[in-house]
Design a protein around this ligand. Structure first.
Ligand code: NAD
Ligand code: MN
Length: 490
């Protein structure tokens, strides 16, 4: 396994930093996966200079050829899928099945963007004047900075890197300190696929130094960030102050609305998957269920039984259905919210503690609270752990109102067969992604991903929208006879 940082086609261990990023297994804290000596602001400068140099030739490489590098990377990732999934499970904690699914999703993003290499397109539009040909072309931005979180250590880096590269940019990427090894594998895959040195630079180190050095550098033309609101808002302000382009994907507090008549055989697995999948550490996790009293009783019983039956354990064990929290801090945060919810008067139905016999890692029980009210912190704040809040609603109107009564707006789901309810829900719910009769989770390479309100700044990721972020438009006027005269008004 490659460790350290990767600049100008070489792996090396930075020496200037005072820290060692010790990458441990959250299911067994004695298992150290690798050590990544922390990079410093100096390493970032070097990485940006190298990326700037590489931009000269990469931006001139025909887009279909750039796409072919991604197509080869997709094949290599498919061949190395098991290795990537195991590394991810070992360093992040999610169960193998989820890790494999995440590898597949990244592969789809590579494939989608490989194809986009053939399609990066401008528009040909008519001109007001005779003998003038007007059209647009899309150009890369230059060197872009990518800053990623630990919860999807493969898919998020891929869905940023692939469009950035195919559009002709060169990249300086900083993964979360908790999950550098999976990101290092992405670099290895792209290296093996023939990506020229300098096109993708990896700097592993603390956000406060390395992330900040990326955001602040005038040679970084755009920053794509996924992570917490606290860091994202500060980063946005900092980058905007020097005129850089920014996209931020931030937190979520997603609800499932259940009305009488909903098919519980479909709702219950969706809620369990949404709430406890990836140990609740998904921005799209289901953290609230808003249900009518006529169905709440049965639903609660089934969800609690399902939560109790979930096998919690190390992700590398194929029998485990839910892995640990990612680290000590997240573990403490999960338990803190259990405490807060109890104190605020919600009723704990199951979970709320550390499962027996699993104290070698950061495990938490799947947890369900009922009687959670709109003013409770558990209703409004992102836990990022396996803690589900149940809240009664009297009808769809109240369901939509409560779904919208949080600062976030990433995703929401409604279970209903009533076409009027469905259409109204789609129209009125304030989220960037809307699901009907399926869980709140999920996203696909070709579909725009992202949120409204406090969840998102600066447009969607994945899909052609995500690619557009990494380009700028040039509008071209060719006065081919040289005779057409442009008046002052146009
Ligand atoms: P985080 O904000 O702590 O860190 C994200 C990244 O920013 C890390 O790489 C970190 O090192 C870096 N960073 C920290 N300080 C920085 C600074 N001053 N300047 C620049 N970079 C800095 O988030 P996290 O704990 O890694 O991830 C969890 C959060 O991510 C949750 O809030 C979750 O909702 C969010 N998330 C959102 C989405 C989405 O698409 N909406 C997806 C996944 C995760
Ligand atoms: Mn780790």
């Amino acid at each position: 396994m490659k460790t350290g940082s990767y600049v100008d086609g070489k792996w090396y261990h930075p020496t200037g930093g005072s820290r060692l990023v010790k990458n441990t297994n959250p299911a067994d804290t004695k298992d150290v996966i690798a050590e990544f000596p922390a990079a410093t602001a100096k390493d970032v400068e070097k990485a940006i200079a190298g990326a700037k140099k590489a931009f000269e030739s990469w931006s001139k490489t025909p887009a279909p050829s750039r796409g072919r590098v991604l197509a080869r990377a997709a094949e290599i990732a498919r061949r190395r899928k098991d290795e990537i999934a195991r590394t991810m499970t070992r360093e992040q904690g999610k169960v193998l099945k989820e890790a494999r699914g995440e590898v597949d999703k990244g592969i789809a993003c590579l494939e989608f963007n490989a194809g986009e290499g053939f399609r990066i397109q401008g528009k040909t539009l008519p001109c007001e004047l005779k003998d003038v040909f007007t059209y647009t072309i899309r150009r890369p931005l230059g060197v872009v900075g990518l800053i990623t979180p630990w919860n999807f250590p493969w898919a998020i880096p891929v869905w940023k890197v692939a469009p950035a590269l195919v559009a002709g940019n060169t990249v300086v990427m900083k993964p979360a300190e908790l999950t550098p090894a999976t990101c290092a594998l992405l670099v290895e895959v792209l290296e093996e696929a023939g990506l020229p040195p300098g096109c993708l630079q990896l700097v592993v180190g603390p956000g406060s130094e390395v992330g900040n050095a990326i955001t602040a550098n005038p040679d970084i033309k755009a920053v794509s960030f996924t992570g917490s609101n606290q860091i994202g808002y500060a980063l946005y302000a900092q980058a905007a102050a020097r005129g850089a382009k920014v996209t931020c994907e931030l937190g979520g507090k997603n609800a499932v609305i259940v009305l009488p008549g909903a098919d519980l055989d479909a709702v219950v697995p969706a809620v369990l998957n949404g709430a406890f999948g990836s140990t609740g550490q998904r921005c799209t996790a289901t953290s609230r269920v808003l249900a009518h009293p006529d169905i709440m009783g049965q639903l609660t019983e089934a969800v609690v039984a399902g939560a109790k039956a979930l096998k919690v354990g190390p992700g590398l064990d194929e029998a485990s259905q839910m892995g640990p929290a990612v680290d000590k801090k997240q573990h403490a945060q999960d338990l803190m919210y259990v405490d807060v919810a109890k104190k605020e008067g919600a009723r704990l139905l199951t979970g709320g503690g550390v499962p027996k016999g699993l104290d070698q890692g950061y495990f938490v029980e799947p947890t369900v609270f009922e009687g959670v009210r709109a003013e409770h912190r558990l209703f409004k704040e992102e836990v990022f752990g396996p803690v589900l809040a149940l809240t009664p609603i009297k009808d769809l109107s109240e369901g939509i109102k409560l779904a919208n009564a949080v600062e976030y707006g990433l995703t929401c789901s409604l279970y209903s067969r009533d076409v009027n309810d469905v259409m109204r829900f789609v129209e009125e719910v304030e989220t960037g992604m809307v699901h009907v009769n399926e869980p709140t989770v999920g996203g696909e390479a070709q579909l725009p991903f992202g949120g409204l309100k406090a969840t998102g700044i600066g447009g969607r990721e994945m899909s052609t929208d995500g690619l557009e972020f990494f380009t700028e438009t040039k509008t071209v006027f060719i006065n081919y006879t040289g005779k057409a005269e442009r008046s002052f008004v146009r």
